[in-house]
Design a protein around this ligand. Sequence first.
Ligand code: GLY
Length: 374
Amino acid sequence: MNMNDKELLDQIWKDIHEKTMQTSQEIGSQFPTMTKNGKYEFIERYSAWTTGFWPGLLWLLYEDTKYEPYQTIAIECEDKLDEAIEEFYGLGHDIGFIWQLTAIKHYELTGNEVSLKRAIVAASFLASRFNIKGKFLQAWNKNGLNDANPHGLSIIDSMMNLPILMFASAQLKAPRFELIARAHADTVLKEFIREDGSVNHMVEFDPLTGQKIQVHGGQGQSPTSAWSRGTSWALHGMAKFYGLTQEKKYLDAAKKVADFFISQLPQDNVPHWDFRVERTAETPRDTSAGACAACGLIELSRYVDTSDKEYYLNAALKIIVSLYENYSTLKDDEYQGLIKGGTFNHPQGLGIDISLIYGDYYFTEAVMRLRTLQ
Ligand code: GLY
């Protein structure tokens, strides 16, 4: 990275802070999901998988800026999330997305004991979703696709939830959470990550025998296509999991998925929503996949030798610079999201070319991490 890159990253960071100061005054501790006509829409159901991202984004900015309202709002959001724990049955496997970015972050920054307890309770809930026969974490309770077999479905997004199990093991000095995380990650290696580095989104098992039944396309075009956000979940999740376990097979998997992801990027380095659909000028992109993959590439760069390090960091930087130059809405005072061009769910025709709160979160995380690299 040269001086110009560093100056550009500082500028992007400043722009994100300025826009978020304004947006935080407008939306407070509501939970944004995606934009409609440039304004965030909110989710009322606190157990939804996206509720950690807005407070998570505020914590990222708070760490650097110490702008007090960010911390206040992030804590208000975290308090509200207790309702999801109390309600209990609404929660699926997305425990990590929710409490890693809120309670764990809060605990790490301030030592708040209530947050620690929340994280342990949430991790215990996730551990309870482990299927001992199939060695997988059950994704949801019921879902439109597969109501017939909700207990047999596992999805690649799960890789992003494993760090909360590792956190609970470390805090309680109790190996059981880590053993579950490792067993699930091994199932992901075996059943989700394909030979060429692309991944399956959803795998359905028999919940009683543990036998694999079939692969579903899920949010990708088909069971054999390559949903770009799912690929980014695998890349980022595997890289993090290697960091937590130091077990080489997870690093090898992260590299394989990263190499596939990079090989599929178009000229402007921002992924299409699925890497295996016909690509025309109209084919929607998914900027959230790009932002999440950039974070995964930065994480991966920490664990590889010098030439690979440069390769992965450079790929991450190119994605982020393109997102900033071609998709960011940072200079538009009327628009609340940070980057547009996100695709929520293409097969269902939902949320195309919008801002997604997780795209905004990972964009912010990637910029933060790139600008503070030594
Ligand atoms: N975790 C759901 C999604 O990526 O849309």
